[in-house]
Ligand binder design. Structure first.
Ligand code: FES
Length: 166
């Protein structure tokens, strides 16, 4: 028993094969473009090096600026500047986010009238040194904390997490 393929059938199969290849070649880049950011969003747990030496920290918060390289936001990559207020409590390094929990302004450590507190100049929000919001001022929650690691004597900062100190 032999199954012969006619010239017409052979041509039809060939065209279907070529057509399928062309469709997949056109569709696959679109699919990859659509799901690429989802596949790339794996670096959230990374820690970023700062220039702050751990043994130079005291119990007084200092401003530490650092840069997140190649932060991917949807399809765009860019360097993002960030800041933390960092101090030591005993041997523990604490890094607080400067982002006010009222409307997102940047809080400062102390100032002429705010000894031993963080102060938000936008609406006079106040926080204790551990980030706890002072009752009766606009912020309704404590400052977030950065995850912290010490690597070769330097402070490395990870993502922000809810405050564990208050
Ligand atoms: S944004 Fe900080 S007190 Fe309003």
């Amino acid at each position: 028993m032999s199954s012969k393929v006619s010239r017409r059938q052979f041509l039809s199969y060939s065209l279907m094969g070529v057509g399928g290849f062309m469709v997949s070649a056109a569709v696959m880049p679109m699919v990859r473009f659509a799901i690429d950011p989802v596949l790339q969003a794996k670096s959230d747990g990374d820690f970023i090096a700062t220039s702050q030496k751990v043994d130079e920290l005291t119990d007084v918060p200092v401003r530490v600026d650092f840069t997140i390289k190649d932060r991917k936001d949807a399809w765009y990559k860019s360097d993002v500047s960030n800041t933390a207020w960092v101090y030591k409590e005993g041997d523990t390094v604490i890094a607080l986010s400067p982002v006010c929990k009222h409307l997102g302004c940047t809080v400062n450590w102390e100032g002429d009238n705010h000894k031993n507190e963080f102060f938000c100049p936008c609406h006079a929000g106040r926080y204790e040194k551990n980030g706890k919001n002072v009752a009766g001022t606009p912020p309704l929650g404590p400052l977030d904390e950065f995850q912290v690691q010490e690597v070769d004597g330097f402070v490395y900062l990870g993502k922000t997490v809810p405050n564990t100190l208050v």
